[in-house]
Design a protein around this ligand. Sequence first.
Ligand code: ATP
Ligand code: MG
Length: 441
Amino acid sequence: MRLTDYFLPTLRENPKEAEIVSHTLMLRAGMVRQETAGIYSWLPLGFNVMKKIEQIVREEQNRAGFVEILMPTIQPADLWKSSGRYEDYGKEMLRIRDRHDREMLYGPTNEEMITEISKMGVRSYRDLPTRLYHIQWKFRDEVRPRFGVMRGREFLMKDAYSIDIDKEAARRSYYRQFIAYLRTFERMGLKAIPMAADSGPIGGDMSHEFVILADTGESAVFCDRDLVDMPVPADDIGYDDDLEAVAAAWTSKYAATDEKHDEAKFVADVPEERRVSARGIEVGHIFYFGTKYSDAMGASVQNADGKATPFEMGSYGIGVSRLVAGIIEANHDEAGIIWPESVAPFHVGLINLKVGDSETDEACNAFYQNLENAGVDVLYDDTDERAGGKFKNMDLIGLPWQLIVGPRGIKSGEVEVKNRASGERFNLSPDAALNMLTSRK
Ligand code: ATP
Ligand code: MG
């Protein structure tokens, strides 16, 4: 992509309304624009990152045996009346009337709809497990939308649902997601720690929030330091293995969000030097809720003995749009964002130090073509901005590599490659630079 063809409305100054660094940087890097409280347009750079995140989430859901569908954003109120949640949800739900005066709503989540879909599709216990997910916009009229896309009103979520014949099978679905989440967040360069969370009226031990530690996090969290650097399950662990046993490496150690925190147990279980009490950002939540919706909505199936048994269900959310901000909270410095390679909007920022100088233009065009041909995403700064401004901008938007080409270097047969994360610089021949950047892909 040539910057002159792109749309990158960066800001020089820190916007006044931003309270946390990810919000500041997303506005300064021209990633989003607020349309009204908690509602954003995603501009090219931000949208690009969000799509990369979404794709990682999708690949790991598929790998865990969940199947993608797409449910609508608008739902009929009757559906929610059938579970009793229409009244309970309160003001967080955006209620709408259509031209026939029928009550509708903008979905905050999809348990009811998935229960109806499954009722239609599941005829026998042989059809179970049913494991579905979608990646769709949600609306929650949060009391305090804040921190940019971190707590929006309209936001993109991956929500998955499992339907099983009994509790034991439901546990297996639950732990599939548990392992899939560890893998998903790791691929984004995040250390997300599963923490025991409030499981509501069902009780039990099957609710975990996946939390990344950050000073700007909204919740207080407590955990064993061993969890912070725990390596994720190796690829040879498959989804038919005993994943509850694999997850025990995490679940056997203390980790809890503030609602679930038990200080006495924390002190007893974790030696002082390993006690972490910090702030965290919730990026995912997995939840077993048993027969809560299937009982209310009459969703059952005949088991092997011919007896009607209600669906055993769980739901599993990931905040896809929140993750864009979460990743920035975890990866930035004074100069701007530092994207992990796996979610970077482009891999290389090509800087032409003297647009209009024919040799430099020619060298840049050749790099641009060769990198694109090798499948490396390049953002080519071909504007006539000063060099200083170009460097600042490239650091701000945080692409993993910069390739800097100017007339002086060209005369001596050299270009500069800079690694954004480490700040390391390499003076290389054009061929060596090309090699380095294409082998990193
Ligand atoms: P929170 O406690 O942050 O309000 P929640 O418990 O309401 O979250 P879930 O209903 O479990 O969240 O939703 C699944 C995921 O969706 C969350 O883990 C979070 O990453 C994301 N999410 C929830 N609310 C928002 C929001 N207002 N803006 C952006 N992402 C959100
Ligand atoms: Mg909430």
